[in-house]
Ligand binder design. Structure first.
Ligand SMILES: [Zn+2]
Length: 193
């Protein structure tokens, strides 16, 4: 189901802003997700789905939280990391790829929002609380950067680069105790805006 423009005009304004900043032309539809479990995701058709309850919860009092998630998903589209690919890659051997995709979407997404580091920090804390109470948190150990890692990296880096990716992976392998299987794969080049 389409997210009503009349109810949430800001979401549509933000998408327009993101498209202008990145000179991205294609139309992106905003829809509600069917199920619970993810706050936001990109569909195989390159549209964005957001969880209805999540939007409702944050839009009136803490809209920056929703803006951050929307920008994160937008970067996945901009970088052409669509859901089918994501699912295939989301196995243990491809975790290093997914981790870097996720951190890139966080850092470059944060840059797109125009929010200050302090505002991003507050949004991550809100997300951390929300996810902790509502569902299993996507955390660092299960192969995603933790909200605390996101705060750290977003305050340190204005844009994602390969060096940022390797810093994240070093930390990830150290913390998880996992050993990289073979050569670390490179990810698709970062698009600039
Ligand atoms: Zn993501």
């Amino acid at each position: 189901m389409k997210i009503p423009k009349l109810k949430y005009p800001e979401l549509y304004q933000w998408i327009t802003e993101f498209k202008e900043k990145t000179k991205f032309k294609r139309k992106i539809n905003l829809k509600y997700t069917n199920g619970k479990g993810v706050l936001g995701r990109v569909t195989v058709f390159g549209n964005i789905e957001l969880e209805k309850g999540f939007i409702k919860h944050f839009m009136s009092l803490q809209p920056n939280v929703v803006k951050f998630i929307l920008a994160h998903e937008f970067i996945h589209i901009f970088q052409e990391e669509l859901v089918s690919l994501h699912q295939i890659l989301n196995s243990k051997s491809h975790r290093s790829v997914v981790l870097r995709h996720e951190m890139r979407a966080n850092i470059n997404g944060a840059a797109l929002t125009g929010l200050t580091n302090e505002e991003i920090r507050e949004a991550q804390i809100q997300l951390w609380l929300y996810e902790g109470h509502k569902r299993k948190q996507l955390n660092y150990k299960s192969g995603y950067p933790s909200r605390m890692q996101i705060i750290k990296f977003v305050s340190k880096y204005n844009r994602y680069s390969d060096d940022v990716g390797y810093e994240l992976l070093n930390d990830y392998y150290e913390v998880s105790g996992e050993v990289p299987s073979g050569q670390i794969k490179s990810i698709k080049p970062t698009k600039f805006f």
